[in-house]
Design a protein around this ligand. Structure first.
Ligand code: C5P
Length: 236
């Protein structure tokens, strides 16, 4: 497989074409952002940690028979993905009250939700990724009724698998964000990444083992992500 020209540069990754029109070459970068990109920092080693963590998680999801974009890890910072057209939604699932959910409803962080809650945010940097509902998703022609139902059902299914993976290494999966994409035949599969950048993970002592250490300035991101990777590697 040959890496070809750059297709897209995001906040944390670069996507390149390959000599196979169905496959992208993805490079994870060292940039950390918060506040929708308003705060940016280069953190050496972050790209390698996220690529290795997300690769391990996607290998486990693929092994469970889930349809994902992940093909294989190429190096510490690179992986091959199936080429999809990304659906402009951030699909968030919450098991425990935290972050913007706590703020929006004036709740303490840490309350366990009886039923996980799925939320949609419209992926649009200029609009600051607004919180939207199913009817907005339809109005904006992002997805049909049946696709919306599929996204919610698939996210709840993925939550069950992810909870098992994180529980095995002593972490509580508080919440996470997923992105989905369409293959050329229109079918929807899981895409993007699953890492401490996109998930809240609390250890038994309530320590944050995720990007909140950067967002809230409460710890060292590299030390934290290295610990997560080391724990995950033991479960390979
Ligand atoms: O900030 P909020 O509480 O809405 O975040 C919910 C979850 O979605 C968190 O795990 C966070 O890391 C993730 N998220 C993300 N990318 C965003 C916004 C949130 O990965 N742009």
């Amino acid at each position: 497989m040959e890496k070809e020209t750059l297709l897209y540069e995001g906040k944390a990754k670069k996507l390149y074409f390959t000599d196979d029109s169905n496959v992208l070459w993805v490079e994870y970068c060292d940039q950390a952002t918060a506040l929708n990109g308003a705060r940016k920092e280069q953190i050496t080693g972050k790209g390698a940690l996220n690529n290795q963590i997300t690769s391990l998680i996607f290998e486990k999801l693929n092994a469970e028979g889930l349809e994902t974009h992940f093909i294989k890890k190429l190096s510490k910072t690179e992986q091959l993905n199936k080429k999809v057209s990304i659906i402009p939604l951030e699909v968030v699932l919450r098991n425990v009250v935290a972050g913007s959910f706590a703020k929006r409803f004036g709740l303490e962080e840490g309350i366990v939700l009886e039923e996980p809650i799925v939320e949609f945010y419209y992926k649009d940097d200029a609009l600051d990724d607004p919180f939207i509902n199913d009817e907005h998703v339809k109005f904006l022609n992002i997805a049909s009724d049946s696709e919306i139902e599929f996204l919610k059902k698939e996210t709840r299914k993925i939550n069950k698998i992810l909870k098992k993976i994180w529980t095995e290494i002593g972490l509580t999966l508080v919440d996470f964000k997923l992105e989905f994409g369409r293959l050329a035949d229109g079918s929807i599969i899981l895409a993007d990444e699953i890492s401490p950048d996109t998930s809240r993970l609390w250890d038994a002592k309530g320590q944050h083992m995720d990007k909140d250490v950067f967002r809230r300035n409460i710890g060292d991101l590299i030390e934290t992500y290295t610990e997560v990777l080391n724990l995950l590697e033991k479960t390979k």
